[in-house]
Design a protein around this ligand. Structure first.
Ligand code: SAH
Length: 227
């Protein structure tokens, strides 16, 4: 049985935020209010088989948690951080690469609501189905739904719904990755965020076809698949 509630988990995120990746600022209330509405337990199976062993999972810990298909549900502090630096607002057109269990997608959908649009792409078909089901149920109270779930490879983004105000990757890039492939899918002034599998998280803002980069150290992510 979990020791905490979702509200207590998010209160922990709020308290630790200024120190997380040296964010050095307080997390906006509108973000944590949304995170309190998105119950993380809806995204994480209560037991998961890891290396042949059945393990009980506690959704209310501020850590990445294992889910099916050997993937993870992002750490709530990381979702808060990416969401904060993405500066998500109602009406924005957003692309997420790596739906996974759908936890970050549910938070994003609420922050761009109403009028906004989220396209989220996942390469593992079974997980894409689970993610879709989870987001649709977690956000079933929203009056207007404008979210598209795509099964496929997002290594080069997703052109059909471009151009985007925001693009973010929830899987880690390797050394051969070049952010320039996202330039043509991002609007002027748009923000792109992606992590390395281990190391830095990068935040880019597009101005006059040039990226202005900020970096934050100390992240670990499952790898972004090329094929
Ligand atoms: N957003 C999720 C985290 C997902 S973990 C959350 O909130 O918990 C990263 C996901 O990226 C995994 O599900 C993985 O299968 C997916 N992924 C990896 N490479 C990909 C690719 N090239 N295109 C789309 N999805 C990819």
């Amino acid at each position: 049985m979990p020791n905490k509630t979702n509200d207590e988990l998010i209160n922990e995120v709020i308290a630790s935020y200024p120190y997380y990746l040296k964010a050095g600022r307080i997390i906006e209330k509108r973000i944590t209010d949304v995170m309190k509405k998105v119950d993380r337990a809806l995204f994480i199976p209560s037991t998961v088989v890891i290396d042949g062993k059945s393990c009980q999972q506690d959704p209310y810990v501020n850590k990445p948690v294992g889910i099916d298909f050997r993937q993870t549900c992002s750490q709530p502090s990381m979702v808060a951080f990416m969401t904060d630096y993405l500066d998500l607002k109602p009406g924005l057109n957003v692309l997420e690469i790596g739906t996974g269990c759908g936890y970050s997608a549910a938070v994003t959908e609420r922050l761009v609501h109403p009028r906004g649009r989220l396209t989220t792409i996942e390469i593992i078909e079974g997980l894409a189905e689970q993610g879709k089901k989870n987001v649709l149920s977690a956000n079933s109270d929203l009056k207007e739904r404008n979210i598209e779930f795509v099964v496929g490879n997002g290594f080069k983004g997703y052109k059909p719904n471009a151009s985007y105000d925001r693009i973010y990757l929830t899987a880690g890039i390797g050394p051969d990755f070049n952010e320039d492939i996202f330039k043509e899918q991002l609007k002027e002034g748009g923000i792109l965020i992606y992590p390395e599998t281990a190391g830095y998280l990068y935040v880019f803002t597009l101005h006059n076809n040039h990226f202005i980069r900020q970096s934050f150290y100390g992240v670990a992510f499952v790898p972004l698949r090329r094929i």
